[in-house]
Design a binder for this molecule. Structure first.
Ligand code: SF4
Length: 694
């Protein structure tokens, strides 16, 4: 914090929007933000920023902010403002009553990828130690959980392999199912700089995203694959590598498991994986797939960057493993310019996963079922912990509808709007006896809550966020908490009221506890972060200044593991009634469910959700530009305006999910990734009709 006098001060902190994790200086006049200035010293942004980080901070002081705890006996009642003590007593009383009557497995909670590592760690600790169950999950369940699973299976750890800077050494950039220009703008600028300097671009995406052709950049190949055919595509590319002798034999022999490679090689060479056999499924000519595969394998350093277009599928985890196979087979791992890199969505989605938010893993991705690991946590926390994994978000919701799950703590997450199959989510929330929501605003989920604990914005938080390149950045408070309490303090109070004392004087002590219990964070402390600016985990005795590039000398799991990735078509099929495929995404000037961006005073932040439809599909339906249309699936229906564009291919429509009025997730299905239950947001069979003709 730099004091300028006259009530002015400046605080160095981190953007709370996307997983790029840009560093900013918040210039303050008292409690008012005068401007946000991107920090030249920021490890992730080096002085750059996008419009959201620079201008969309008004939500922090928006009149919709709730600053007093609220309670009510039933969701039919009006809210009653109460003191923190009364709200905590009320929540603890209800949760303990459920514990007593239905057992400790009848309650659980969700951590938020919007909150700091310290806040997330506190919530998962409260659930495991005070609630007494491992029923803890994170909103990463619905975005990058397949990344965690797939990269751990193949490489040994659930994180991207490179730092952002690494793209400067890439010769070939393969972007799959990501739209960095809108989703990760500052990293996109870095990538574009490298592309303009001569790197070659391959884009695999059903839509012709801006990156395919932008000033001085033209993709060598745009593969407009059908939604749901990712695994077929990556298998076809790997088939080309393995049947044309393009593999890196030395890397495979030196760095990878011989047996798993032999099994995978035998599988991938089969004729069923040839581009010619799969082009009908993928919807891309075999010659284009062959050309892209040859370029990836022979073009020098080749780096994969991917997003939710990879993970939010019934084979999301399979696809992550398929990309890892491809990178290992071509030796594109373990040095600058290569790698398999998830472009994580939310500011702290990496951190929320790292902090032990999964029902089967403590912080650092160590199994709750491992006795030695569990005993370490039990010793420090002074309680007995369950060794069996708990419920995931969809399991908690199903159990609530079935009547066996009764209470939930929801930290900074609007599942009533953001999770798939909205009707089912609402039914589950309605069925519970105690829903505790901690958030900035009375969001859609709060409509089903009995306790509302007001949360803090990033400008009030003190802690750390971890970005998509595993960089742990400091978040420093520019103003006092408007609620009178930090979130981690409220969580400690609730745990204590439930009979499990939890106390810290400062969030730095929570980080010290994280470091003591998490080998990859063993060297992380607020003091080290303040000295170095930021650090990329693993940070420990072996790497005291952090680890920008992972798997450099050996994989975290020892040898890299190839995994057979059979293509299995999704159960979601087009039919005569629902002949189009809907896929969803984000735009630059909105953020997820829009809770923050829609509360920023400038019309640029208020763009409505629109449906992109190909002119051919529009014409046969009598739809013209700007018409209001009905979007219906077997799950439900909504309406929105249509825009006619060749950006989407015939047969595919696209929209965003930023507005509760549109509620795009009313139509998405309850299908999900086979390994992680990550919802299949990217493939929904729909029909589109003129709104007044449906
Ligand atoms: Fe914030 Fe992401 Fe924009 Fe950076 S790129 S300013 S982290 S929203």
């Amino acid at each position: 914090v730099i004091e300028h006098g006259h009530g002015e001060h400046a605080v160095s902190t981190t953007c709370a929007y996307c997983g790029v994790g840009c560093s900013f200086r918040a210039e303050m006049q008292g409690e008012t933000v005068v401007r946000m200035v991107p920090e030249k010293t920021g490890g992730a942004n080096e002085g750059h920023s996008c419009v959201k980080g620079r201008f969309a901070f008004g939500y922090a002081t928006h009149p919709d902010r709730v600053t007093t705890p609220l309670i009510r006996d039933s969701i039919a009642d009006d809210w009653r403002p109460v003191s923190w003590d009364e709200a905590i007593r009320f929540a603890a009383g209800r949760l303990k009553a459920i514990q007593a009557e239905h057992g400790r497995d009848a309650i659980g909670g969700i951590t938020s990828s919007r909150c700091t590592n310290e806040e997330v760690f506190a919530v998962q600790k409260m659930i495991r130690a005070a609630f007494g169950s491992n029923n803890v999950d994170t909103c990463a369940r619905v975005c990058h959980s397949p990344t965690g699973y797939g990269l751990k299976q193949t490489f040994g750890t659930s994180a991207g392999t490179q730092d952002f800077r690494s793209v400067e050494d890439a010769d070939v950039v393969l972007v799959i199912g990501a739209n960095p220009t809108d989703g990760h703008p500052v990293f996109a600028s870095r990538m574009k700089k490298r592309l303009r300097a001569g790197a070659t671009l391959i884009v695999a995406d059903p839509r012709r995203i801006d990156l395919v052709r932008s000033p001085h950049i033209e993709a060598a190949h745009h593969l407009p694959l059908r939604p749901g055919s990712n695994v077929a595509l990556v298998n076809a590319m790997a088939h080309v590598v393995m049947t044309e002798g393009l593999e890196d034999r030395a890397f495979i022999e030196d760095r990878c498991e011989a047996d798993s490679f032999a099994d995978w090689a035998a599988f991938i060479r089969q004729p069923q994986n040839a581009p010619e056999a799969l082009e009908g499924i993928i919807g891309v000519p075999a010659a284009d797939i062959r050309a892209a595969a040859r370029l990836y394998a022979t073009g020098g350093n080749a780096a994969i960057y991917y997003g939710l277009g990879v993970t939010e599928h019934s084979q999301g985890s399979t696809m992550v493993m398929g990309m890892a196979n491809l990178a290992m087979a071509t030796g594109n791992i373990g040095r600058r310019g290569v790698g398999v890199n998830p472009l994580r969505g939310q500011n702290n989605v990496q951190g929320s996963c790292d902090m032990g938010s999964f029902p089967h893993e403590f912080s650092g991705y160590r199994p709750v079922s491992d006795d030695a690991v569990r005993q370490q946590f039990e010793a420090l926390w002074g309680v007995g912990l369950q060794g069996a994994p708990g419920l995931r978000i969809p399991n908690m919701l199903d159990a609530a509808v079935a009547g066996t799950f009764k209470g939930m703590f929801i930290q900074g997450e609007d599942i009533a709007q953001s999770d798939p199959n909205t009707r089912h989510v609402h039914a589950a929330l309605r069925a519970m006896d105690c829903v505790v929501v901690m958030d900035l605003f009375l969001n859609e989920t709060a409509a089903f809550a009995h306790v509302f604990l007001p949360g803090t914005s990033f400008l009030e938080k003190d802690g750390t966020f971890t970005n998509a390149e595993r960089r742990i950045n400091r978040v420093r408070p520019a103003m006092r908490p408007k609620t009178g309490k930090h979130e981690w303090q409220a969580v400690c109070d609730l745990a204590t009221a439930m009979g499990c004392p939890m106390h810290y004087d400062h969030p730095g002590q929570i980080m010290d506890e994280i470091a003591a219990l998490t080998p990859t964070f063993a060297g992380v402390s607020f003091a080290r972060l303040d000295r170095l600016g930021s650090v990329q985990w693993p940070c420990n005795d072996a790497a005291p200044e952090g680890t920008p590039i992972m798997h450099a000398d050996g994989f975290v799991r020892g040898k890299g593991r190839f995994i057979v990735t059979d293509f299995v078509a999704t159960e979601e099929r087009t039919t005569r009634a629902f002949p189009l495929i809907l896929t969803t995404g984000r735009i630059l000037t909105q953020y997820n469910v829009g809770a923050q961006t829609r509360r920023t005073a400038n019309v640029v932040w208020h763009a409505e959700d629109v449906l992109e439809i190909h002119p051919h599909d529009a014409e046969v339906r009598g739809i013209a530009e700007g018409d209001r249309v009905s979007l219906a699936s077997r799950m439900g229906a909504t309406s929105l305006r249509a825009t006619l564009t060749t950006r989407v291919p015939p047969g595919v429509v696209y929209t965003t999910f930023h507005h509760p009025v549109t509620g795009a997730n009313v139509v998405t299905t309850d299908l999900g990734d086979w390994a992680t239950d990550c919802p299949e947001y990217k493939v929904t069979a729909v029909q589109v009709t003129l709104a007044n003709a449906s």
